[in-house]
Design a protein around this ligand. Structure first.
Ligand code: FAD
Length: 415
């Protein structure tokens, strides 16, 4: 009988495993991928984290843990160079290397294993796991389950299947650069990074680059000091206590804090655009106010768009399309059998300790580290917030405070 089984090993459940490591809790985590890998398609050279290295897997809960980013640096002999580097934001590649380093040290992590079912026995859960390579199935019994299945790419149905989602960008980059023209659809950080990467890559002289955005301006990510306090445990607690209608409205208000582009990426793009020759400028187009209705393929891609203000239709013919059109929560089908209480279609009712509410009462619990936007607000996906979330989950599972939770962590009073 385990205390906790985690479904999925992304950064959220990896952090949970790292924090559970020194505790008496018996834990197991499963992931269908062969080894730990964090958004490999977006490991663009020079791309940076949007959260400080202090929001590693453990520091905000336990700076003395052996799994801190600083301890990783010490293990690879880079602590002094990092000290002179004097930056809080590290590269995405370095963060990924750190995560991999942690993942090789935790023996409760199992890769190449897919969770295919979870049954409620009445006082525990039976978790059915399948080895991806052999199909061999094993059942594990646990008191609690943490669903950390993350998200999956979202591409509108009206886009041709040959459109590349940004999660595949690095793997497809070489073939993209062979085209005469490439179009990027979307106006968030991923679209901006890909635009910048193509702008600064070696490409043939005639290469045309087009960036299509629905919005009028390219919003900047919220980086203001007080504004960032919405990514704090205090705000998340307050948000979770609000009535559903208020939370629904708040979620749409926070789009900029979540989906904006970092000021550094926008600055770099502008500087590179400024340096282009007149002739090169003619081959680089940034097109705002265009809502893409359809993308079809017939030897080339045809993008059909509508101008959101002038309301007329435009088309663009292009060799490849990268859709940076976002993600949706990845919700395994087996959860439908677990009597989960939904607040709205696809949105779980989740309490302040990240327990998913169920329509039956039980002493064994399901927790979520994904699909939390409506219940926990704009910090749902934030890596810094995942640490305090994991503290709360472990304390709740243990029935005592394994990790003291910091109170009053903001200057702003929200309630
Ligand atoms: C390019 C990019 C950069 C980002 N940068 C930042 C940043 O700088 N700062 C920040 O705060 N946030 C950032 N985010 C947001 C967020 O931190 C990430 O999306 C993060 O990966 C979410 O982690 P996760 O553990 O919830 O899910 P994921 O990383 O999506 O992992 C989920 C895992 O579950 C596994 N899985 C799913 N179903 C099953 C199953 N049935 N059985 C077994 N395994 C299963 C999948 O294989 C996957 O490995 C970024 C997001 C992206 C896309």
């Amino acid at each position: 009988m385990y205390d906790l089984i985690g479904v999925g090993i992304g950064p959220m459940n990896l952090g949970l495993s790292a924090l559970a490591h020194p505790t008496p809790l018996r834990t197991l985590f499963f992931d269908e991928s062969e080894q730990f890998s964090w958004h490999p398609g977006m490991m663009i050279k020079d791309s940076m984290m949007q959260t400080s290295f202090i929001s590693d897997l453990v520091t905000l809960a336990d700076p003395t843990s052996p799994f801190t980013y600083l301890n990783y640096l010490r293990s690879i002999n880079r602590l002094h160079t990092f000290y002179f580097y004097e930056k809080l934001l590290i590269s995405r590649q370095e963060y990924n290397a750190y995560l991999k380093w942690v993942s090789t040290q935790l023996d409760d992590l199992h890769f190449s294993t897919r969770v295919i079912d979870i049954q409620d026995t009445g006082d525990s859960y039976e978790v059915l796991v399948e080895e991806v390579a052999t199909g061999k199935r094993t059942t594990y019994e646990t008191r609690n389950v943490v669903l950390g299945t993350g998200s999956k790419p979202s591409i509108p149905e009206s886009f041709d299947k040959g459109v590349i989602h940004n999660t595949q960008y690095v793997m497809e980059k070489e073939s993209i650069l062979q085209q005469d023209k490439v179009s990027i659809v979307g106006s968030g950080q991923s679209a901006a990074e890909i635009f910048l990467d193509l702008l600064t890559s070696d490409r043939k002289e005639t290469f045309e680059l087009e960036w299509i955005s629905r919005s009028t301006i390219f919003e900047t990510l919220e980086t203001g000091k007080l504004g960032e306090e919405i990514f704090s445990p205090s705000y998340v607690r307050y948000f979770n206590s609000l009535p559903l209608a208020v939370r629904q409205e708040a979620v749409s208000k926070f789009a900029r804090s979540q989906n904006g582009i970092s000021p550094e990426t926008l600055q770099a793009i502008y500087e590179h655009l400024y340096d282009l020759s007149n002739e090169e400028q003619n081959r680089v187009k940034i097109r705002a106010n265009l809502e893409v209705d359809q993308i079809s393929y017939d030897s080339d891609f045809t993008i059909t768009m509508r101008h959101t203000e002038l309301n007329d239709q435009r088309t663009s013919t292009t060799g490849a399309v990268v859709a940076a059109t976002g993600f949706v929560p990845s919700l395994p089908r087996f959860i439908n059998r677990l009597d989960i209480a939904f607040e709205e279609e696809q949105a779980w009712k989740v309490d302040a300790n990240y327990r998913i509410s169920r329509t039956v009462s039980a002493n064994h619990h399901l927790y979520a580290t994904t699909n939390l936007e409506l219940s926990h607000g704009p910090a749902a996906d934030n890596l810094g917030m995942s640490v305090s979330r994991n503290q709360l989950i472990l304390n709740d599972v243990a029935g005592k405070e394994l990790y003291p939770v910091e109170q009053h962590a903001t200057f702003t009073t929200f309630d």
